[in-house]
Design a protein around this ligand. Structure first.
Ligand SMILES: Cc1cc2nc3c(=O)[nH]c(=O)nc-3n(C[C@H](O)[C@H](O)[C@H](O)COP(=O)(O)OP(=O)(O)OC[C@H]3O[C@@H](n4cnc5c(N)ncnc54)[C@H](O)[C@@H]3O)c2cc1C
Length: 499
């Protein structure tokens, strides 16, 4: 007989979303256990570029976790060391530099993760490490999970399961959403692996300071991929790369090596270590908009699994914190107010509404996604050529939201004006060097100007995300109609659409 333990809320995952969810729910009086497959020593060691902005802004990192206390810990490296973004397209001889505000950091992700776990425990959460969740208990609702803890089978029963297991969570994969009690069907949107990317990173100590110690450096790679050089300090650099999973797979480690070999500042560099092991890790990350609905009976998902990473840059720490906080807050309220022993989707709806409307991170993330779709459609080579040819402010003009609220005719006039204006800055010599034409660049720019009109439509729609579950299916139909119109306008065939 497996050991059985009962809690009000089971949180799976000791990452950012799991810590924010568990700490918030416990702080609000719920009886919470947090399950993490890694050991207490290894937990918090997570594949990440480690870039985070404004860590002590309580709107971005809400809840009982004291981010100022974490920022004060020197080992975490929250030191505002980043004030610019650099875009290197070395093949095209391009380097663009954009200012980035002074609250940006490249942190030591392991130390950060450990501090989060400590604070979560201090909020009254029971933490079970070395505990791998490998099954789900469900009937009309999700009722708990099966796990192996230190080699022993354990079941955890709960009123609510918060799945903070990260991208493409194996826990979500075990839930049979179709058989849960939700009429006319579950609102939960199960993501598709092609909407995710795979990424890998290593952390190096260089012998001498790098010249880009206060920059987030990005470089384009083939097949909609990118590589980054993110300095934690002038001599401690997080280097990584990622690709979308809708393209042919790439051998990430070899591709990273190839890029490092061309960089003299990495001659003689040593790999960092964590707990005596090399600091190199890979993982999947969501490159999609947040899930239409993140709740099912007795179940909420958060963080990367819920699609709250930025679909272009891959930033996800903040999305994990906000959705984790929301699940903790609204999950604890649903458990406390439950009278019939059944936690329905309607009971958990406040989580979706908070993420999309009250906080708004979900909407801000969702409206970036059309640009990702447009870049995929026009092709990386055309995006690179446009970036190479245009000054920074002309690029900003193309994707800015100004004029989006105009009628269709005025908007088309404005669009062609913006494109003409941008093209007038392009020299024939440079076009020849880049082996492209004004026509090809103009087409790319026009697609982006069109995209910004759709981004505004999406923004309006997500701003009207329903406050209760009753309006959800109608809302989703309206959003799907915008998806169709957008894909049609960009000429994306039905079998290549993202959603
Ligand atoms: C290579 C890479 C680079 C990135 N760079 C950045 C960046 O620079 N800035 C940024 O903001 N975001 C970045 N992201 C995204 C960011 O790291 C994620 O969005 C964020 O970590 C998501 O947090 P999470 O809590 O949802 O999941 P995770 O951090 O993945 O945490 C999930 C936790 O659940 C545990 N777990 C999983 N399954 C089980 C199970 N079955 N049983 C028990 N425990 C389980 C895992 O061990 C892990 O501790 C990057 C992601 C990757 C992969």
């Amino acid at each position: 007989m497996p050991v059985s333990e009962a809690y009000e809320i089971v949180v799976i995952g000791g990452g950012i979303a799991g810590c924010f969810a568990a700490a918030t729910a416990a702080d609000r009086g719920a009886d919470v256990v947090q399950l993490e497959r890694k050991s207490a020593e290894e937990a918090g060691h997570i594949a990440c570029g480690d870039a985070m902005k404004s860590p002590t802004d309580s709107k971005k990192y809400p809840g009982p976790i004291d981010m100022s206390a974490i920022a004060a810990d020197e080992d975490v490296l929250i030191d505002g060391n980043i004030d610019r973004i650099e875009w290197w397209d070395e093949e095209l001889d391009v380097k663009k530099v954009l200012p980035y505000d002074g609250h940006s950091n490249v942190v030591d992700r392991y130390e950060f993760g450990q501090r989060l776990l400590e604070q979560t425990a201090a909020c009254g959460v029971d933490q079970h490490f070395d505990t791998v969740v490998n099954g789900v208990l469900q009937d009309a609702q999700v009722e708990g999970v099966r796990a192996v803890r230190d080699g022993e089978a354990v079941t955890y029963t709960a009123d609510l399961v918060v799945d903070a297991g990260g991208s493409l969570s194996s826990v979500m994969a075990n839930v049979d959403f179709g058989s849960l009690d939700a009429e006319p069907e579950t609102s939960f949107e199960k993501p598709n692996y092609q909407q995710f990317g795979s990424a890998y990173r290593e952390v190096f100590h260089t012998q001498a300071p790098v010249p880009y110690d206060n920059a987030l450096v990005g470089k384009p790679l083939e097949r909609m991929g990118y590589i980054w050089y993110f300095p934690r300090t002038a001599t401690e650099i997080n280097v990584g790369l990622g690709f979308q999973m809708n393209k042919d797979p790439v051998t990430l480690v070899d591709r990273l090596r190839a890029d490092l070999e061309g960089r003299p500042e990495f001659d003689g560099a040593d790999l960092d270590t964590v707990n005596g092991g090399a600091n190199k890790l890979g993982a999947a990350l969501a490159l999609r908009r947040p899930l239409d609905s993140m709740v099912a009976p007795g179940y909420i998902t958060v963080g990367c699994n819920a699609g709250t990473t930025h679909p272009i840059t891959g930033k996800g720490i903040r999305g994990a914190a906000v959705t984790g906080y929301s699940a903790g807050k609204h999950g604890a309220a649903a458990v406390r107010d439950d009278e019939d022993g059944f936690i329905s989707e309607a009971d958990l709806w406040a989580h979706n509404y908070f993420v999309y409307v009250e906080h708004g991170l979900g909407t801000r993330t969702a409206v970036k996604d059309p640009y990702n779709i447009a870049a995929s459609q026009v092709g990386m080579e055309n995006v690179r050529a446009a970036v190479a040819l245009l000054p920074e402010d002309a690029i900003a003009d193309v994707v800015s939201s100004e004029g989006n609220s105009l009628g269709v005719r005025s908007a088309i006039r404005l669009a062609s004006g913006v494109v003409q204006n941008a093209l007038s800055l392009v020299s024939d010599d440079r076009l020849e060097e880049l082996d492209t034409t004004k026509r090809a660049v103009g087409r790319t720019l026009l697609d982006f100007v069109r995209t910004r009109r759709y981004a505004e439509k999406y923004e309006r729609l997500y701003g009207e995300y329903p406050a209760t579950r009753d309006g959800f299916f109608e809302w989703r139909d309206a959003r799907d109609a915008v998806d169709d119109a957008f894909n049609d306008e960009l000429g994306i065939p039905a079998d290549r659409r993202k959603y």
